[in-house]
Ligand binder design. Structure first.
Ligand SMILES: *Cc1c(COP(=O)(O)O)cnc(C)c1O
Length: 365
């Protein structure tokens, strides 16, 4: 006899992140994890380095200064902010705290993979609602609500599709859900949204006690390696998260770097402006090459090659040029590739490589 976990745990397929290496290439263009093209903000690098002298000290278990900085930057009450080791940490905590055996969570068919993994860990069942045009369909999500429903997850904008629901639709979803169902709005890409009808979820969090917004430092702040995210939540949910989280779940370096990143002059504006320009330019170039590109409000594009075979060919062509995109087979989209918006040169390399690839493809597969 040997120790065994709960049986459902062994049927979890571990999360597969974007690849970082190509055999035989020592310089790769990594566009597989939406990490942003600029590296970390300079102030965050300096804060991280300066902390080296103090890593014998435990971090502030309440991340007080960081929560204050988040509150100042985003105009939010720091008392309603809880930080985590990435927003994944908070997603796991919410799932474990609010769902469990005999209960269900709802997500959209091509929604972010972590929700289903966390639910399985919690022992809950995941119900996936079909989408329309690779966009979450509120009515299909509502049709899955049952007395067993505990949490509805909505990534807005969604990864890997890039699609976004307007604030009015999200409000309609909230209004039609039973009040005791927790709505988790995952706004990891909020900073990149250009559409004026967007809201990351603040108003809904403020309006009642059953909606949470999660955010991350992994995308626009270029700090994926630090593992830093936060939730904005109503007081009862803040209370629950503070009971179940590990006491020092955000390490000292992440706190220091996060505070500095928020203070970096012009960083958000610069990142947004670059993303706005190159998301459009890359989308135009790929469309011109004959590739369908789904509308994206994130820092990536979902390129749709129509068939799995052609997507494989495109992936191979990119790899041959040292470019790593993200395969989306695990998301039920084997005919697509997700490509992060990189630097101007990186976007140009993607556009050139895929245009050359398409030029050798038969016109219609
Ligand atoms: C990248 C991403 C996150 C962020 O995860 P972290 O744990 O904060 O790095 C969360 N949700 C979605 C949809 C993402 O794409």
């Amino acid at each position: 006899m040997s120790p065994r976990p709960r049986p459902e745990i062994l049927s979890i397929a571990p999360y597969v992140g974007g690849e970082s290496h190509l055999p035989g290439s020592n310089r790769v263009i990594k566009l597989s994890s939406n990490e942003g093209p600029f590296g970390p903000p300079p102030g965050a690098r300096a804060a991280y380095a300066a902390l080296a002298e103090q890593i014998h000290l435990y971090p502030d278990g309440h991340a007080t200064e960081l929560r204050r900085a988040i509150g100042r930057t985003f105009g939010l009450d720091p008392e309603r902010v809880v930080c985590g080791a990435g927003s994944d940490d908070l997603i796991y905590l919410l799932t474990l705290a609010y769902s469990g055996p005999g209960t269900e969570i709802i997500m959209s068919a091509h929604g972010f993979a972590i929700y289903a993994i966390a639910a399985q860990y919690a022992g809950a069942r995941t119900r996936k609602a079909p989408e329309r045009n690779l966009t979450a369909d509120i009515d299909a999500m509502l049709a899955l609500v049952s007395p067993a429903t505990r949490i509805v997850f909505l990534a807005n904008p969604n990864n890997p599709t890039g699609s976004m629901l307007p604030a009015a639709d999200v409000a309609r979803l909230r209004a039609a859900l039973p009040p005791d169902v927790l709505l988790v709005l995952d706004a990891a890409y909020a900073e990149y949204v250009e559409r004026p009808d967007y809201d990351p979820g603040v108003a809904l969090v403020n309006a009642a006690e059953n909606t949470v917004m999660t955010r991350t430092f992994s995308k626009v702040f270029g700090m994926g390696g630090m593992r830093l995210g936060w939730a904005y939540a109503p007081p009862p949910v803040v209370d629950v998260l503070n009971r179940v989280r590990a006491p020092f779940n955000v390490n000292a370096a992440a706190q220091a770097a996060g505070i500095a990143a928020l203070a970096e002059p012009g960083w958000l504006e610069m990142s947004r402006a670059h993303n706005r320009e190159w998301r459009r330019r890359l989308a135009d170039a790929l469309s011109e090459a004959g590739i369908r590109v789904w509308p994206s409000e994130g820092n990536f594009l979902l390129a749709d090659f129509g068939t799995t075979e052609r997507a494989r060919g495109a992936d191979a062509a990119l790899r041959a040029h040292g470019i790593i995109a993200r395969r989306t087979d695990g998301y039920g989209l084997p005919h697509c590739l997700r490509i992060s918006i990189g630097t101007a040169e990186e976007c140009e390399a993607v556009a050139e490589t895929l245009a050359a690839f398409m030029a050798h493809e038969p016109a219609h597969a």
